[in-house]
Design a protein around this ligand. Sequence first.
Ligand code: NAP
Length: 294
Amino acid sequence: MNIIDGKLISAQVKEELREKVEDIKLKGGKIPHLAAVLIGDNGASETYVSSKIKSCEQIGFKSTLVRRDATTSEAEVLEIIGQLNQDEDVDGFIVQLPLPDHINVDKIIEAIDPKKDVDGFHPINIGRMAKGLPSYISATPFGVLELIKRYNIETAGKHCVVVGRSQIVGLPMSILMQRNTYPGNCTVTLVHSRTQNLPEICRQADILVAALGKPEFITAEMVKEGAVVIDVGLTRVVDASKKSGFALKGDVKFDEVAPKTSYITPVPGGVGLMTVAALMHNTLLASQGLVYGK
Ligand code: NAP
């Protein structure tokens, strides 16, 4: 069994980006600028946004945080998006999810200029990704692909089972793993809460991607000997022994599953850290016009 070290790989990706920014600075080019919109005071969202801003600082990107309270109206959020779309200095921006219930997420995502949609959530980016055209690939699936690539994990002809069909993780993951490229060329099965015989299907996976948000749902009996297991799940569970009062749990029962696998991502220290690195990568692409041109 090999542990896929997201901490190590995300640090490598960020260091590569930092070197590129140094080079841009030396040549007098434009410093990439990422903006983040945070509505409300969801604790997990605050942590995610602050780690994105911190990564910008580490790499040398410019960053802007637009913060509003939970009572902010949908119209006000749309206005902020309109301003960021127009702001020529901002290369890319994200609206941190989840949003308060009175705000329609789809409406918000569709208002983002696809050329600045570095989260890759806009229907145009998802459609372009599905067609294999240049697009921003949503950060979490992109991070998973990067881990597979940097560990030289074979994917062609393998059976990949993705558990979860969300628009931001499961669905794009399944599309990416079947593409005619590397990583890709898998035979993909996408399973969800209405799937019958889920354990049996998971047991057939050469590559199992768990993205359902149910802590320790995937047990040893659901995993084939020698499988590659990617755990996207990240759930805060109460843990009085931790200073913060909570622990982060993945969707895989790591201790019993790990010995059966050829490769596995831990939680924390796996996919989560890659998500931020992938977002930074997309922002650099945006600043250089490498997806849509300038
Ligand atoms: P989501 O929108 O809640 O989607 C969960 C998916 O899992 C849905 O498709 C759901 O099926 C399916 N599902 C739920 N219970 C199931 C069950 N018992 N059996 C089979 N399928 C089941 O969640 P998400 O946004 O994709 O996130 C999934 C997990 O990844 C969460 O823990 C989240 O925190 C984590 N995450 C981590 C990162 C990171 O950076 N590491 C980034 C994003 C998300 P239905 O469609 O049928 O309801």
